[in-house]
Design a protein around this ligand. Structure first.
Ligand code: C5P
Length: 222
């Protein structure tokens, strides 16, 4: 990686996992720690970029020099990402975003009624931030948009299909499972690009993976 090759660039990174409230004390969430997104932010800062880090429910130390926007739910993250992306040269969606949210929010804690059936939680679809970003960036020359995909099986096949569906420039596909990726400092991935290339990143630190991502992003920025 060339030192300071992102100087003068504004990059937006999303990190962590969104939470969808059910009632004042409960939510639907996921296991994302935010480590990969924070590593992307730190490495971009080291390479000279201005970094906006849109974090959802992350408890890691703030990367010095990044502008941090804290969000909770997917809809909050959507607004923050689209706003920050307005003048961005690259956007990397490393956050684990909830695909669905409860249709209704109960503003008092849900109680159990002894002997009664539990009330079902109906779900509705969340906005797809990445897909929306791609649509909004269609006429923006040189903006590079990167998605992440966590797959448990048929990693390459599912990755290719997802890349085509989302329309982003690069898709970082990692294999997840009980002992892989989540909450761990290391990661391994295949980075697929819209032009058909695939770059294998062997197991290593999340910083090392981040640097490969920025190499590929920098090569595509105009
Ligand atoms: O479809 P899937 O959730 O696997 O896609 C993962 C990629 O899409 C990630 O980059 C994630 O941040 C992004 N995403 C999004 N909005 C959603 C769901 C996923 O931006 N509602």
């Amino acid at each position: 990686a060339a030192a300071r090759d992102l100087a003068g660039r504004h990059v937006v990174v999303s990190a962590g996992g969104t939470r969808e409230p059910i009632d004042p004390v409960r939510f639907i969430g996921n296991r994302s720690s935010g480590m990969q997104g924070y590593a992307l932010a730190r490495t971009a800062l080291a390479r000279g970029a201005r970094v906006t880090l849109v974090a959802a429910n992350v408890t890691l130390p703030d990367p010095a020099g990044a502008e941090i926007v804290r969000t909770g739910s997917t809809r909050e993250m959507r607004d923050a990402v689209l706003k920050a992306a307005a003048d961005a040269d690259a956007v990397v969606m490393a956050a684990a975003v909830a695909d669905f949210r409860p249709a209704d929010y109960e503003d008092v804690k849900i109680k159990k009624t002894p002997g009664a059936e539990p009330a079902p939680i109906h779900l509705v679809e969340n906005p797809d931030i990445l897909a929306e970003l791609v649509r909004e960036s269609r006429d923006v020359a040189g903006r590079v948009i990167v998605g992440f995909a966590a797959e448990t099986h048929d990693v390459l096949e599912n990755g290719r299909r997802k890349l085509a569906r989302k329309g982003c420039d690069l898709l970082v596909v990692n294999q997840v499972g009980e002992h892989l990726a989540f909450g761990r400092p290391d990661n391994a991935a295949v980075i697929l690009s819209a032009d058909g290339a695939a770059v294998d990143v062997p197991r290593g630190s999340k910083e090392a993976l981040s640097d490969v991502v920025w190499d590929l992003v920098a090569a595509r920025m105009t």
